[in-house]
Design a protein around this ligand. Sequence first.
Ligand code: 5GP
Length: 189
Amino acid sequence: MSEMIEKRNMYKDIEDEMLLTKEQIAKRVREMGAQITKDFAGKDLTVICILKGAVVFFVDLIREIDLPMSLDFMAISSYGSATKSSGVVRILKDLDKPINGRHVLVVEDIVDSGMTLSFLKENLLSRGAASLHIVTLLDKPERRRVPLKADYYGFTIPDAFVVGYGLDYDELYRNLPDIGILKPEVYEK
Ligand code: 5GP
């Protein structure tokens, strides 16, 4: 009972029509995992989770990749307003292990302006990785400010601020199992 009330509380700030349900997400994550399994067979793979937004996608995706892999984590913060990134990126937690000679797969939640991933790509490539590929669950191509292309995309979405499945607003809604559009009145007030 208390669980249901909690859920209603979380969903009340989300537009009625859910953008992506947990079933749609799970199906797509399975497909992406199968593709990555094919593409990286026989390679020394390091999969990097970009904290915190990508964490839910990451834990689901790695279990759909049937290959040996090392995991690592990087936390970054992008200066800007709560709903728009400025492209100025600060590393809050760096990788634990060097990545030189490794085939690196960076797992990100969403590509918006592309500024965060451009910075990360350059930063990680300078460390001597054998290869660097980017996988993102969501893509908002309309908002791109730098020409950034990921290698694997889950879904293309319209220009709206979304939360759930790891994505937050002010640290909330990350635990929502689906992905929905946050009602503008939540961040405009
Ligand atoms: P970019 O540098 O590509 O503009 O922004 C990437 C980061 O901005 C993402 O990793 C994510 O943290 C945040 N972001 C961009 N769009 C959204 C969105 O619609 N919802 C949420 N919760 N975060 C977003």
